[in-house]
Design a protein around this ligand. Structure first.
Ligand code: ATP
Length: 197
């Protein structure tokens, strides 16, 4: 089995951009967010359980109305716990299957909440993509066209920058650098990671 390298960072830090550069180098990426969306797709058993619990209103033409669900669980801790208890084991199982099937010297597990959800248990090493908070707000709000307060509240729900950096085995500094420089950092780190084998 390939080494499993976690890839994380706060909202807007550049995880997706970094993982795209790794993909271009032939590295397989398992994306926790993609898996989380996959397990609640139309026709999946988990979606039926969710609509039994939350009511048919949670569906929109048979698809999960994600923003409605987000709103409900944001305001109700017990419903949030119910949902997490249902989905986390299913997401983990699916993620592990994908990680085991991956080929190559190493595989990336990209997850914004890698530390918060204890996904480090599956990782041999962890890469943190790091930028300062004001740049985080700037880039994330520009990308999503969303207000700074929304980004700030998401940041508040994530682990803090100092704690995140303390837990990192490798750090990609995505501060005041161009995308080209970021790509060069990824190329250099890829060489280092391949040598870990
Ligand atoms: P999220 O957690 O919200 O999914 P993310 O960590 O995956 O965010 P990206 O989407 O990769 O972050 O990057 C956020 C925004 O910042 C994107 O618009 C991206 O193009 C831009 N960006 C990333 N790195 C740089 C850089 N070095 N210079 C300029 N813009 C950048």
């Amino acid at each position: 089995m390939s080494l499993i390298i976690g890839l994380t960072g706060g909202i807007g830090s550049g995880k997706s951009t970094v993982s795209r550069f790794f993909s271009q180098l032939g590295i397989e990426v398992v994306d926790a967010d993609v898996v989380a969306r996959l397990v609640v797709k139309k026709g999946q058993p988990s979606l039926a359980k969710i609509s039994d619990y939350f009511g048919l209103d949670i569906l929109d033409k048979g698809e999960l109305n994600r923003s409605k669900l987000r709103e409900i669980i944001f305001n109700d801790e017990s419903k949030k716990d119910w949902l997490n208890n249902l989905l986390h084991p299913i997401i983990r199982k699916q993620m592990l299957m994908q990680l085991k099937a991956a080929k190559g010297e190493y595989v990336l597990l990209e997850a914004p909440l890698l530390f918060e959800n204890n996904l480090t248990a599956y990782c041999d090493y962890v890469i943190v993509v790091d930028i300062n908070e004001s740049l985080q707000i700037e880039r994330a709000s520009a990308r999503d066209n969303s207000c700074r307060d929304t980004i700030k509240s998401i940041m508040a729900s994530q682990i803090g920058r100092v704690q995140r950096l303390e837990k990192a085995d490798f750090v990609i500094d995505n501060g005041d650098i161009s995308l080209q420089q970021l790509e060069s950092s990824v190329i250099a780190l890829d060489k280092q990671l391949r040598a870990l084998q």
